[in-house]
Design a protein around this ligand. Structure first.
Ligand code: IDP
Ligand code: MG
Length: 151
């Protein structure tokens, strides 16, 4: 199958605190993506800093690390054709106030920092983030419904 990808998706502490875990998982499942990794943890400073290293010189960096380590996140791996782009479309743009209704951020976020959810932005980032948050790997399984989702 062409362009099968796995992407790293993380419900941030605001999404967990607001009770949106089930709603968010349902959106990815309904779309046809396949859940291959799932864990809840309170991120250490070390993992948060590694995850957001690309932003370390930005003015919002220290606030972002404080936020992401402030409570539990739900770390997930989702697989599908062009899963990285598909997931980013489900999530919507960074600023919740500008995100279109129908996207997760458009429906649930009012802020640029507290924006509910993270999704990998490219193949290299996805590999780096999956290795970081799922060091033991993800689940290898096939779903019977796949033949109804893809031609
Ligand atoms: P993305 O999550 O849509 O890919 P990035 O630009 O990669 O957005 O930024 C990573 C995260 O950093 C955002 O999701 C958001 O939580 C936070 N962030 C980005 N820009 C700002 C800002 O201007 N102020 C506060 N937080 C920000
Ligand atoms: Mg990003």
């Amino acid at each position: 199958m062409v362009s099968m990808q796995t992407t790293y998706i993380m419900i941030k502490p605001d999404g967990v605190q607001r009770g949106l875990v089930g709603e968010i998982i349902t959106r990815f499942e309904n779309k046809g993506l396949r859940l291959v990794g799932l864990r809840q943890l309170i991120p250490s400073n070390k993992i948060a800093e590694a995850h957001y290293a690309v932003h370390k010189d930005r003015p919002f960096y220290s606030g972002l690390i404080d936020f992401i380590t402030s409570g539990p996140v739900v770390a997930m791996a989702w697989t599908g054709v062009e899963a990285i782009k598909v997931a980013r479309n489900i999530i919507g743009p960074t600023n919740g106030r500008e995100a279109a209704p129908g996207t997760i951020r458009g429906d649930f976020a009012m802020d640029i920092g507290h924006n509910i959810i993270h999704g990998s932005d490219g193949e290299e980032t996805a590999k780096f983030e999956l290795d970081l948050w799922f060091p033991d790997g993800v689940a290898e399984w096939q779903r019977d419904a796949e033949s109804h989702i893809y031609e």
